[in-house]
Design a protein. Structure first.
Length: 270
């Protein structure tokens, strides 16, 4: 299959990239440090602690930044250099190209995470008490598949690597910083029930907050959100809520890839 050949080629190029290697080392160091500090500080405490919150924030802050920048620049680089135009002369569809690039990005960052987990487990053998909760592993994988999809559509929209980098930083800032600050600012001038509804909307349109919300739900820590969100948390704690959560997550992955296909189709007609 052409997309599998492209995936292997792109994966090799990503792993050989010095930027990817440096990012992998940085992420491994930060990810390992947070987990080890968390477990050493309160090794026997269950539930949502300040250490858990710190790990969750760092995970959702750094990983999307790395994925968006590297993934989008990979696609934009193909367009800028003419590699994408060359690939169109081969028996390869746009969908195969997108799937190949997407799977390469996912596999590359999964390998980075595997290295981080390996270091954590290795240190756990010496320090003792170091655990890798399943919810953290699942959350990390979901973060990779969602933001890799967003990276592909950014790269398909951008014309150059620099433009892709700029768009990635803007989107990352919007999801991780601006939306939260805007919500806090709005909360000072609107009623509480309106702010509650706006918060629920932001949770669904912000993939970072969507993943954070999923952590609270699937780790049975929904009480952290407070009584104002009791109805929402009760729904997503049900079987139907699990299905809806999975469906929304699936849309976060598929819609950007479909948009990337349309963008590349329009670019091919020019």
């Amino acid at each position: 299959m052409m997309h599998s050949m492209l995936m292997k080629l792109e994966l090799k190029q990503m792993l050989r990239s010095r930027w990817m290697q440096l990012v992998g080392l940085l992420f491994t160091f930060v990810f390992t440090a947070i987990i080890v500090i968390q477990q050493m500080a309160l090794p026997d405490v269950e539930g949502f602690t300040r250490q858990t919150a710190s790990f969750l924030n760092v995970l959702l802050f750094l990983l999307p930044l790395f994925i968006l920048t590297i993934g989008s620049m990979s696609v934009a680089g193909d367009i800028e250099s003419g590699w994408f135009s060359l690939l169109k002369t081969y028996p390869m569809t746009r969908a195969q190209y997108i799937v190949g690039k997407y799977m390469a990005a996912v596999c590359a960052f999964v390998l980075v995470v595997v290295v981080a987990f390996g270091v954590v487990l290795a240190l756990g053998g010496f320090l003792g008490g170091v655990r890798l909760p399943l919810i953290f592993i699942t959350l990390t994988l979901m973060c990779i598949v969602i933001f890799a999809s967003l990276a592909i559509v950014i790269g398909a929209f951008a014309k150059t690597r620099l433009f892709a980098l700029s768009l990635s930083l803007v989107l990352w800032s919007f999801f991780l910083l601006l939306l939260s600050y805007a919500l806090m600012a709005i909360g000072t001038v609107v009623a509480g029930h309106i702010l509650q509804k706006l918060t629920v909307i932001v949770i669904h349109i912000n993939p970072a907050e969507w993943l954070r919300f999923g952590y609270f739900i699937f780790s049975d820590q929904a009480s952290v959100l407070g009584p104002a969100f009791y109805g929402v948390t009760q729904f997503y704690s049900s079987y139907l809520g699990y299905i809806v959560y999975g469906a929304v997550t699936f849309l976060w992955v598929t819609i950007p890839l479909l948009c990337a296909n349309k963008l590349l189709q329009k670019r091919g007609k020019r």
